[in-house]
Design a protein around this ligand. Sequence first.
Ligand SMILES: O=P(O)(O)OC[C@H]1O[C@](O)(COP(=O)(O)O)[C@@H](O)[C@@H]1O
Ligand SMILES: [Mg+2]
Length: 263
Amino acid sequence: MDSTTPLTLAREAARAGAEVAHGGFRGPLTVETKKNELDSVTEFDREVQRHVVQMFREDDSDAVIVGEEELPDVDTRTALPESGAAWVVDPIDGTNNFVAGNRIWGCAVAAVEDGDAVAAVNEFPALGDSFAAADDGAMRNGESCSVSDRVDPGTFTINPIFGLEPRDRRKLAEYVTTIAEEFGDSRRFGSSQYALSSVAAGELDAAVSGVELSPWDTVGGVHLVREAGGTVTNLDGDRWTPGDSGIIASNGEAHDELVAAFD
Ligand SMILES: O=P(O)(O)OC[C@H]1O[C@](O)(COP(=O)(O)O)[C@@H](O)[C@@H]1O
Ligand SMILES: [Mg+2]
């Protein structure tokens, strides 16, 4: 009998990918840019994606894989299928940090069925943190973890996730101002998956964005937050699904206040 579960395979792939990337961390890199001058890619992003895709295809030659990097000789897609099984891969989430020698970057792998995550593993090897979830709760470094129990929104630490597009910076500034005026403190990590993993582990009370984030930046982390007992919606307060043009992931204790504050 095949005992490989989506979580087992996601863990193997994320660990292997993280190890490949870690081998290049703080070493010489070839850095190119994609959509704008802040959107970096290195040979390690590509090598990790190639490696992880190969692992999935060894398990199932027909595996559907959604991945950030487009490689001419590797069959992946950039949109999440609405039905069926798929893997979602961000080979390095936090490439700008990786390039700068900052430790906040990781390899993110999620298994999806009919558009919903069923397993997720986010490995941050330079930090020594690993986050994982199937359908029975979230784990950090092999131990059960949960969202924070903080209830007073005035004391919330919130990560506004915005990313790399110059056109989004004014909205980011508005979000930072809202956090300063209506909530507690803010953090920005340069890795969407790390922000969401941090909410899942209670290290942050919420992460919010007013822009559409890519599936590889979100799907696994959203699953971790939900499995850790948190709430993830779009800006209207409806259950978040990939493609929504904004996200509010929180510990659930003041979610209505967050929905009211951000648009
Ligand atoms: O905290 P920030 O700077 O808004 O970073 C969030 C951004 O970081 C990323 O997760 C980084 O992703 P990549 O390194 O995979 O490009 C973005 O996709 C996301 O938009
Ligand atoms: Mg990436």
